[in-house]
Design a protein around this ligand. Sequence first.
Ligand SMILES: Nc1ncnc2c1ncn2[C@@H]1O[C@H](COP(=O)(O)OP(=O)(O)OP(=O)(O)O)[C@@H](O)[C@H]1O
Ligand SMILES: [Mg+2]
Length: 450
Amino acid sequence: MSRASEKERILVVDDTSSTLEVIARNLVARGFSVFTADCVPKALDVLESAAIDLVITDYKMPGPSGLDLVRHIRQNLADTEVMMITGFASVEGAVEAVKSGAEEYLSKPFTDEELLSAVERVLEKLHLRRAAHSRSLSTPRAPQGMIGESTAMTRVFSTVAKAARTTATTLIYGESGTGKELVARAVHYGGPRAAAPFVAVNCGGIPENLLESELFGYVKGAFTGAVETRAGFFQTADGGTIFLDEISETSMGMQVKLLRVLQEKEVCMVGSTRSTRVDVRILAATNKDLPTQVSRGHFREDLYYRLNVINIELPPLRDRDQDALMLVHHFVQKYATEAGRPAPRFTAEALQALTGYHWPGNVRELENVVHRIVVMSDSDEIDVRDLPALMRCAPARERGFNRSLSEVEAEYIRHVLSAVSGNKTRAADILGIDRKTLREKLRRMGDADA
Ligand SMILES: Nc1ncnc2c1ncn2[C@@H]1O[C@H](COP(=O)(O)OP(=O)(O)OP(=O)(O)O)[C@@H](O)[C@H]1O
Ligand SMILES: [Mg+2]
């Protein structure tokens, strides 16, 4: 695409005059209108006098830093995009840059092509945003295929939209079944790489000794059985996205190799001594708390920081207000259609039982429950009795008269104990039994510290 007619205005800010010159020359050759500044105060002068579409700024400069400039722009200039250039050592800088509102960051050293394609990407987003802005001023919408209107999920959707606009490495955290893979897909398919491959790899499901050759490929003769050279997931994902699921399950040795890929953007096939460049965006997911894994020495801190440039944390389903109801409705429709039957109706009590349940398996569990009900039930109305036993207890209990004496007793004992902060002598007093009897009852109740 020729840029000459559009003449977007780009301001380049860098204290190294040679870098400034090289970048400026490249951009001018592409038909952009280029401004330069060798420090933040001069950049602010330019910004005051010209309508700039994109600012490309160095991170470390004497005086105010590139980050200060990013913040200034985000707070004051809604119609100007920012891209940050960071040195190798300043991962935290990249993290902060993205958090502060930079659309992209480029790590040094970068090629002319990398610079130009990043510029194209950011400007394309700017055009899309301007076009969308003229149409509406809407709140973050759920990405394709994701259901939810809770405050917690609305926040997730807005981060997903932001992550989709960049190529920054993204770490997705959430309990099992919260939708981590769905989010990873939304980030990929909502962004400029949508037409390129999305390759999902379950790091926990591939034996340690196979993972390396699966990820990076191998050359013929690398090991017994390597009868031909084969590409790995990284080569397959070139130009697109790789999704490293269950990243916490990788060995320390594998983590070193992944760190190298992130830093050098190169992979080395098993059995080869040569590295090849790959252009792959990395998304990773985990249901383990990585900072804890880091503090226990099970996960490399440097890899954690490299992965965690953008962080998406999925709330458990029990923290999503009324989302469970929307999801029930969604999956009922989906599986009824699939089964070729009309969608059954849920009674108010059944819905109440479903929303009161704590869903340890989150959306996946809810989906399975609804699927089973739609398949198994012949009735067009689903009541509490059609739900799995675990979910039936909650509302049934409220109606009373169906608990055994020992259940009531156990509940009362726990209640008294908690009221006296666990003091067994006082609890036994209140209950009118001796300590030994109380201990015996607690043991039968299965309470650990009886
Ligand atoms: N917000 C949502 N809206 C609609 N469907 C969802 C949502 N979240 C999850 N799902 C569905 O729930 C199922 C589980 O989601 P997904 O596989 O993405 O979860 P996960 O966090 O990767 O789970 P696990 O930890 O078990 O790997 C999928 O079928 C997915 O389509
Ligand atoms: Mg998953």
